[in-house]
Design a protein around this ligand. Sequence first.
Ligand code: AHR
Length: 522
Amino acid sequence: MRLQNRAMLPALLLPLLVAMLPAQPPQARIRIDTNRVIGEVHAHLFGNFAEHLGRCIYGGIFEEGSPLSDAEGYRKDVLEAVKPLGVSILRWPGGNFASGYNWMDGVGPRDQRPARPDHAWGALESNRFGTDEFLRYCERVGSEPYLCINGGLGSVDSARQWVEYCNETRPTYWANQRRKNGREKPWNVKVWGLGNEIDGPWQLGHKSAEDYAKFALQAAVAMRRQDDSIQLIASGSSNFRPSADWIGWNRTVLSHLKDEINYISLHTYIGNPDSNLEKYLAVSQDLDDRIAIVEGQIRAARNDQTRPHPIYIAFDEWNTWYRARSGTTEFEIAKTGLEEHYNFEDALATGMFLNSFIRHANIVKMANLAQLVNVIAPIFTNKQGMYLQTIYFPLREYGKQRGNSSLDAQVTGPSYRTGNRSPLGYLDVSSTYNAGEKAVYVNVLNRSEKLDISARVDNVAGTIGREAGVWEMNSPDLKAVNDFGSEKVKPAVRTTALAISDNGFTYLFPKHSLTILKLKIQ
Ligand code: AHR
């Protein structure tokens, strides 16, 4: 081609020059405003769960006779790993196990306690770890205890007597038994679950919604007569996708129990069976939807309360669980010990769960990772020692680096779709404000497998300081796991100078990463 006019040269070269420039990362925007508060981030969002299942209690928390245990039988190495995890509330004894458990078998001199068949998981229960061992453990690690009654095969009166054993101050029969067993002052257990997953046909003593609601109402009234300061959690729907049954169970339970309960529970386990990271990390759409649906149901039930008081969601079982899950019955599944070996992408999923809970801090006031040790757990032991799984690190950090107010961060940016769901941003964000520290925490999961994403972070109220704390989890290998003697998947921590302009800055969130930015606000 002959150039007619030399002036055309730059115009023709421009596209070529642009193509030669290094590609710019896609742009996103995160707007923070400390006045846009969603709700109080309750400390109980950072709770956990310990069930008599596989090696969670025996061989995990508690191993009598081990050189790694103290005189009471608690594994000291595990105890030292649990403390920094900041487990604000610990649920026990199950899970499915609770539905066949008689708490009376687990108190008194250890050598005189009866061994019983555990019909939930097909095991033999020695009962050497019982109520007092659990409650002492909670004191040692600084967790609030949460006891789940036997809402399957158990009776209303047994549940009431359990409250008496733990909380009674007068010289009654069960309070005196507690004293005989070495505990003079009451344990003062405030949080009680009215059974576990009673909607599930796998549950011992599975009931229809109406039958469960009648049982739970009687249990609630009797337990409250024993101690009217306790908080009660109803067993909500436990399967994942909201179906007619799922919605119907919650509606019935809420309509019968609305005047008695403080929470309704939800459970969710997720997985990545297709090895598709972006699809795996899109589950927050389901989580967000599910929470919103139950929030609406709670609102409807509260409209009709005769004793008006708030009801919240307790997400008291959540985690990734799909590899150690083979078999069709609970007994077959139990053979896996539910011993998941978590990889790097599961640590990202942990951030996704916590982001969703923080975004719904107005209604989700408790969340318990299932479970604490060995069984789908952040801490993994053998007889010689232990290591921290990948999911340990985000759990610990989210509990530690946070404020008490969840902020409604406004996020725009590149998105993607999975299946026929609506578009979903690659950046999954939650944010909290700590007024005492004058700090805003911005928690960002970049769920893209391929794209680094550059975000302009704008602050609306207050002035951002020129330095940020950065906590980041990333790995070139999505499938990387930790093991005994090899904790290679762990966070990087640093401070970084921010190039502030107009009270904002630009930050590059690398592909498949989880970042907590700590911003000082003057
Ligand atoms: O956490 C493992 C099991 O999962 C629990 O026992 C049960 O409640 C749920 O189905």
